[in-house]
Ligand binder design. Structure first.
Ligand SMILES: *Cc1c(COP(=O)(O)O)cnc(C)c1O
Length: 431
């Protein structure tokens, strides 16, 4: 067994300081065994914990680190920028540079605004959608996560297209009543909701590649159907690309599927591992934002120069020829090797994948497109696999509902070795 002595001690101390010992809940290792590993450093595709254990990291800070840890270009950009100060609360040319870099390579938005997290991007863009359409209700999909803003911490009530009920204490019922929750991959539910709340719906927010509650890949035709319904009903189609943006393609899932949303949010990869979020839309929609328009949104540290520099450095790497093809190819080899092994032995297991995202499903279903198609009982198998993989030097996000990420630093050779370890761990789980 790997030692977690130092992590355990640090966790005990942390519990006296932070609720549950953490500053974001999933880090507490509640869904898997033992104390969370406290990470001391990362380099390339590896991380080291405070007990000196080394792992291949497939969590990658939950997505932002598409180049891996401590990438020289990103590090050097941060260090050289920080030498000139950390924040001014005034415009800097680095904001122009990152903004121009994104807009020049993204045909779906004309203007962008930088904020400091994915949650903030979504929260601001929802306000923008409401301000622009002068409508209050929004449609969200069961199984999609959009950060922790009040109106999005809402789960489905009973019935097909219902008012949501809040999924967190502290969210007033009056707020959750403005959010209509529908299942994914269900055209009828959408049609019913749109009919029932005609002319009241500001936007339909979806993760075009839902990757926060398993990987619930949607059909392109379904996304196109949403596009059409929105257009016909004056509803803004809102792609929350905080996870898929710059991940499956530079211009995200919109480019991957060739579908143009009206509003897009970004986060994670955009900041090169620093706290950055952004939202973008057409000139017409974006000009509703203050100081041009009357939708207010601001931020003391928005467009922070150090974070901008990290984003510029990372995105420039992503723009190199064949970057995304190479990411996808390496991921596919890794996933195929494990899937072939599992299939040959008839294990109830399959890895679903898109781009450089993958998700371990203890299932034999051909596709899982809806949240309620995930069998919660299988999470026990995930827990067993998780413990075995940690022993073999592989670190994943500590929950079976979370996806894994392959970075540019995960070489084909390392991935091949990791695939062998996955296969061996699966043999133990299904022994
Ligand atoms: C991570 C994520 C968020 C929230 O971003 P934070 O930076 O954690 O606030 C919102 N939407 C999606 C799709 C995400 O993956």
């Amino acid at each position: 067994m790997i030692s977690r002595k130092n992590s355990e001690q640090l966790f005990e101390k942390a519990k006296t300081l932070f609720p549950g010992g953490v500053n974001s809940p999933v880090r507490a290792f509640k869904s898997v065994d033992g104390a969370p590993l406290f990470i001391a450093k990362g380099d390339g595709c590896h991380i080291w914990d405070e007990d000196g254990n080394k792992f291949v990291d497939f969590c990658c800070s939950w997505g932002p680190l598409i180049l891996g840890h401590n990438h020289p270009a990103v590090r050097e950009a941060i260090v050289s920028t920080v030498a000139n100060g950390t924040s001014f609360g005034a415009p800097t040319k680095l904001e122009n540079e990152l903004g121009a870099l994104i807009l020049a390579n993204n045909p779906f938005i004309d203007k962008i605004r930088f904020v400091s997290s994915g949650t903030e991007a979504v929260m601001s863009a929802i306000r923008l959608a409401r301000g622009y359409t002068k409508r209050d209700k929004i449609i969200k999909f069961d199984g999609c996560y959009h950060g922790h803003a009040d109106s999005l911490l809402v789960k489905a009530g009973s019935g097909l297209a219902t008012f949501g009920t809040s999924s967190s204490a502290g969210v007033p019922e009056a707020f959750s009543k403005e959010t209509i929750v529908v299942p994914l991959n269900d055209e009828q539910a959408i049609l019913e909701a749109v009919k029932k709340y005609k002319d009241q719906i500001a936007c339909m927010i979806i993760e075009p590649i839902p990757a926060n509650n398993g990987l619930l890949l949607q059909k392109k035709e379904y996304l196109q159907f949403l596009r059409n319904v929105c257009t016909e009903n004056g509803i803004l189609l809102f792609f929350d690309e905080v996870i898929s943006g710059f991940r499956v393609a530079f211009a995200g899932a919109a480019a991957y599927y060739g579908i143009k949303p009206d509003i897009i949010t970004y986060g994670k990869i955009i900041g090169g591992g620093m706290p950055v979020g952004a939202y973008g839309a057409s000139h017409q929609i974006m000009d509703c934002i203050s100081p041009v328009g009357n939708v207010y949104q601001a931020g003391t540290l928005s467009g922070n120069p150090v974070a901008m520099a990290a984003g510029i450095a990372q995105l420039n790497e992503c723009l190199k020829p064949d970057f995304y093809k190479d990411q996808e190819n390496r991921t596919k080899l890794f996933v195929d090797k494990i899937n072939t092994h599992a299939k040959a032995r008839n294990y109830t297991f399959e890895i679903f994948t898109i781009g450089s995202i993958f998700w371990l499903a203890f299932s034999k279903k051909e596709a899982i497109r809806k949240a309620d198609e995930i069998d919660g009982a299988t999470m026990n198998d995930f827990k067993k696999l998780y413990a075995l993989l940690l022993e073999k030097g592989i670190y994943l996000g500590p929950s079976g509902y979370e996806v894994g990420f392959v970075s540019a630093a995960h070489t084909a050779e390392i991935l091949n070795t990791c695939a062998d370890k996955f296969c061996a761990a699966l043999d133990e789980v299904f022994a």
